[in-house]
Design a protein around this ligand. Structure first.
Ligand code: SF4
Length: 374
């Protein structure tokens, strides 16, 4: 099992002292120094982003979400979305920053606070989600909490999933995704999700996990956790993301695909996606400072039209085509989509391309996630 996070210090905003999330954290981290404060933690904010990020992983701050919990995925509002297709996802922002430490994590150039923030005012979260879903009774809303953190890496501390699942399963028009690189699913197993919750795993070959996905669960443990969730009634998803290119990558990724589908029946997987390494330009310096041994940033990487840095397009096309060829051997009807990629690359990979982002949404939903099942 992946190790449970243990911060150096817990800071509790007085506004959330009565939250059940706070009560769970206090119980689980009784031996860790804790302070109740008014306002943000009194910590220095290093000007150097790499130093700030390293400090931020050591401090846990429980506070109230003062902005909106629910918003559109950044892909929907990024530049060049006519060509670059987005999947119509809705983000639920419950945690900001992550206790895991993946080399390529975009949060390293995004986070600007020297702590990991958990939004503990869960009552308001539930009010906002209720209003959002009730306003869309005829639409299947795909929402998830894994955009600015790992959805389950703090779950043994916060008990969030044990509160979320009984709440979310009352809505017939939602599929709530918990996206993780952990195997911390104990909090889910005794709660019946009634088809409304999907647990999904971002997966990479074990050698990549060891080299680039620090502190996360091993691949085999993630796949075992997926099997346990399936048996407990959860939908599951697999994200082959980010695919990384390095000399001999095919010799690593082909057996990896086989390992995945030997552990998990592909017919039981609700959604699958593929994406390749992508990041904002200012991530490169932070990664080189924090992970000087990583070869990730020595690859040939180029700016795309949306401002992100990616592998050269022909190389991405080759990687997707080979991956789809290997996946197809086990899962010819896989509900596979490309994450934040262009129509051209969809065409080159699958031989067809959705004409717009709404088609991507339909592609993902086709027949797999019935609306209004109670
Ligand atoms: S698990 Fe996700 S959010 Fe956490 S460090 Fe890795 S990439 Fe970032």
């Amino acid at each position: 099992m992946s190790r449970v996070y243990r911060p150096q210090h817990v800071w509790i905003d007085r506004q959330v002292v009565d939250s059940p999330i706070t009560a769970n954290v206090v119980r689980q981290l009784a031996a860790v120094p804790m302070d109740v404060i008014d306002g943000p933690p009194p910590l220095p904010a290093p000007a150097d982003q790499a130093a700030l990020m390293t400090l931020a992983k050591k401090h846990l701050y429980l506070t109230a979400q003062k902005g909106r919990f629910v918003r559109d995925c950044p892909g929907a509002s990024s530049r060049a979305t006519d060509e670059r297709l987005c999947c119509g996802y809705v983000i639920v922002d419950t945690v900001s920053n992550c206790n895991y430490d993946c080399t390529y994590c975009y949060l390293q150039s995004y986070i600007n606070t020297p702590y990991l923030t958990v939004y503990a005012n869960i009552d308001r979260l539930f009010e906002e989600v209720t209003a959002f879903l009730r306003a869309r009774p005829h639409q299947l809303v795909r929402m998830g909490s894994g955009e600015f953190s790992d959805s389950l890496s703090l779950d043994p501390l916060t008990g969030f999933s044990g509160l979320l699942v009984p709440f979310i399963r009352q809505f017939p028009n939602v599929l709530f995704e918990l996206k993780t690189k952990s195997d911390l699913v104990e909090g889910l197993l005794d709660v019946e999700p009634r088809g409304r919750v999907m647990v999904s795993w971002s997966i990479n070959p074990q050698s990549v996990v060891q080299r680039e996905e620090h502190k996360t669960a091993p691949l085999a443990a993630r796949l075992r956790a997926a099997q346990r969730c399936l048996e407990a009634g959860y939908k599951i998803g697999l994200h082959f993301d980010p695919l990384l290119h390095f000399p001999g990558w095919e010799d690593v990724y082909e057996p990896f695909v086989k390992q995945v589908f030997q552990a998990v029946d592909p017919r039981a997987v609700t959604t699958m996606s593929m994406g390749s390494l992508r990041f904002a330009p200012d991530l490169k310096d932070v990664v080189q400072a924090r992970f000087p041994k990583s070869r990730l940033m020595t690859a040939e990487l180029f700016p795309s039209d949306d401002g992100k840095i990616r592998y050269f397009r022909p190389l991405r096309a080759e990687m997707y085509a080979k991956m789809w060829g290997w996946i197809r051997r086990y899962a010819p009807d896989a509900p596979l989509y490309l994450c934040m990629e262009t129509q051209t690359l969809w065409q080159q990979t699958f031989g067809h391309a959705p004409s717009c982002s709404a088609d991507v949404e339909q592609h993902i939903q086709t027949g797999k996630i019935p609306l209004l099942v109670t």
